[in-house]
Ligand binder design. Structure first.
Ligand SMILES: Cc1ncc(COP(=O)(O)O)c(C=O)c1O
Length: 400
């Protein structure tokens, strides 16, 4: 019998964090490495948000808080849902955790029993299947396709539902593909769910504000109010407000579930950082105009990266609706040989050889459950992205 628990042995460390760490390590060793693996904006946290945190420190707001959020933050979150999503939640229906990841973790650990199934469309954010498995549940993968813009299709959802299905996890805009569901596309899925009253929806709206080309963001409980009673709407300040290090995420849903999540959090981290919570109050209540300014830059970078990758031999890069990722296919380079003499049989071989030959760190599609693809984060300075894309073009051109 091993010392490490069976439940921990069921899961893998986060592949994206592992690759980002490897890129940082190579950089520290003096290698010329461009890291495009990390999922965080390169923009600084806005000044007014930092100031709110400093004020909180000075005012002595440095003690334990209520387990799942201070009343001021819960109110700001309720106001945000009403203002931006047309959703009515009471503070008792809101849970705040140390990042969106903890909120997700709480929701799944609080509800999933061994044998329960959770539908996870591919490509997926790396943590969903592992958290489900840690809880003892079974992730049920539904394969996406390039032809459908990486979006779950209603017929495929219908086929995946069984009497054991507990949750459907939706993530729009998506990490890793950047794909975002239009209202009509979401409606097709919510229509299926109406026929299966035992299935709940966990919608990860973390990239809500990061959409381009006049795309209009919507979320399942807004599109189909009849699902309100079985939807957990998750969001956070990490990405839109450039606050990844502050660790604040939140969700709203039925009070019974929110209470269960608080019970779990009360026995793990107690409460999210008091200072970060006050910063998040300012993020949600304060000026929002910097989001549009950041998005203008993100859109230019997206267009640059898509255009340059499509010029790389063997790479096909679709145009995503949102987030700050592209998810190109590397089908056209599979079967070729890298400058090192190693064969490229998989997307993992592709990113490994790309890092070795050109010092560009990307994440292989297998980590997100869909191959042969790779993910690039374009939340990096434009000149760096241009350099990285030139290196990818050169690398692909040199494959034999
Ligand atoms: C889709 C998605 N959900 C949740 C998270 C977690 O966000 P946080 O940093 O707030 O824990 C991330 C972060 O990468 C993400 O990409």
């Amino acid at each position: 019998m091993g010392f490490i628990s069976d439940s921990l042995n069921r899961i893998q460390p986060s592949a994206t964090i592992a690759i980002s760490n490897k890129a940082m390590q190579l950089k520290a060793e003096g290698r010329d490495v461009i890291g495009l693996a990390a999922g965080e904006p390169d923009f600084d946290t806005p000044r007014n948000i930092k100031d709110a945190a400093i004020r909180a420190i000075e005012a002595g707001k440095t003690k334990y808080t209520a387990v799942d959020g201070i009343p001021e933050l819960k109110k700001a979150i309720c106001d945000k849902f009403r203002r931006e999503n047309g959703l009515d939640y009471k503070p008792a229906q809101v849970s705040v955790g140390s990042g969106g990841k903890q909120v997700l973790f709480n929701a799944l650990l609080a509800t999933v029993n061994p044998g329960d199934e959770v539908i996870v469309p591919t490509p997926y954010w790396v943590s969903y299947p592992d958290i489900v498995m840690l809880a003892g549940g079974t992730p049920v993968f539904v394969a996406g396709s390039l032809a459908h813009g990486f979006k779950l299709q209603a017929a495929d959802l219908e086929k995946a539902i069984t009497p054991r299905t507990k949750w459907l996890i939706l993530n729009s805009p998506s990490n890793p593909s950047g794909a975002a569901y239009s209202e009509a596309e979401l409606k097709a899925l919510t229509d299926v769910l109406l026929r299966h009253p035992h299935v709940w929806v966990l919608t990860d709206d973390m990239y809500e504000h990061l959409v381009y080309d006049d795309f209009r963001f919507t979320t399942p409980a807004q599109v189909e109010p009849r699902l309100y009673e079985r939807t957990l709407t998750m969001n956070g300040v990490s990405k839109s407000y450039c606050m990844t290090g502050w660790r604040i995420g939140y969700a709203a849903g039925p009070e019974m579930l929110i209470k269960a999540m608080a019970k779990l959090q009360s026995q793990s981290t107690s409460n999210p950082s008091s200072i970060s919570q006050w910063a998040a109050v300012e993020a949600l209540n304060g000026p929002q105009d910097f989001i549009a300014a950041n998005n203008k830059v993100f859109k230019q970078r997206r267009d640059l990266v898509v255009a340059m990758l499509n010029q790389a031999r063997g790479i096909t890069c679709p145009v995503p609706e949102g987030a700050f990722y592209v998810y190109p296919s590397c089908q056209g380079v599979i079967g070729k040989t890298a400058p090192s003499g190693n064969p490229i049989r998989t997307d993992e071989d592709f990113v490994t050889e790309l890092l070795a030959a050109e010092g560009v760190a990307a994440v292989h599609g297998a980590a997100f459950g869909m191959s042969p693809f790779f993910r690039i984060s374009y939340a990096t300075a434009t000149e760096v992205l241009e350099d990285a894309c030139k290196r990818i073009q050169r690398f692909c051109g040199n494959l034999r």
